[in-house]
Design a protein around this ligand. Structure first.
Ligand code: FES
Length: 168
């Protein structure tokens, strides 16, 4: 219940910070998605009402741009390389350990909505194989502890951002 109130309050803050200007809708939707990890129906409706623009237009924008998602996704994406070079160096073992540690299947999102787990085919860093890309940053999987450390740092950063939304 408290999360719902905080979330609504924060979306209201985002809308107010943009002075309810309809021409800022893309920035507004980007900020809402950054905060929530996706664009929920209730926030699209709220955006439509506050900006006084038709819901169909808000949906049109939210579905037109590939960067927007209408389904819950994690804040950060973890990509385990399953290219030949990484598989030869234990990439699949890394993937299994991450699935078990995070309790999530490939293509899924952790229950705290902090991480998406995906696979990727060669990110061009075969010399560092096995490789995991954590929120866009390459982490060598040779030391699984390094991967866990990167994940915990991201989790902490994500929680801090949720606790203290950006203000301009
Ligand atoms: S195969 Fe993994 S980085 Fe190339």
């Amino acid at each position: 219940m408290q999360d719902t109130l905080l979330e609504k309050h924060s979306v209201e803050e985002i809308l107010a910070r943009h002075m309810y200007e309809d021409f800022e809708i893309i920035e507004i939707l980007q900020e809402i998605q950054r905060m929530e990890g996706y664009l929920s129906e209730k926030n699209l409706v709220l955006t439509s009402k506050r900006l006084r623009i038709p819901l169909s237009r808000v949906y049109g924008i939210a579905t037109f741009y590939k960067n927007f998602t209408l389904v819950p996704r994690g804040k950060y994406t973890l990509q385990v390389c399953t290219g030949a070079g990484c598989l030869a160096k234990g990439g699949m073992k890394i993937l299994d350990r991450l699935r078990n540690t995070l309790q999530v299947k490939v293509g899924g999102t952790t229950s705290d909505r902090m991480f998406n787990l995906e696979t990727v085919r060669c990110v061009g860093c075969c010399g560092r194989a096995p490789v995991v890309v954590a929120a866009g940053k390459i982490v060598s999987g040779v030391d699984f502890g390094e991967i866990l450390e990167a994940i915990e740092n991201l989790r902490k950063r994500g929680r801090d951002e949720i606790a203290q939304p950006a203000r301009s």
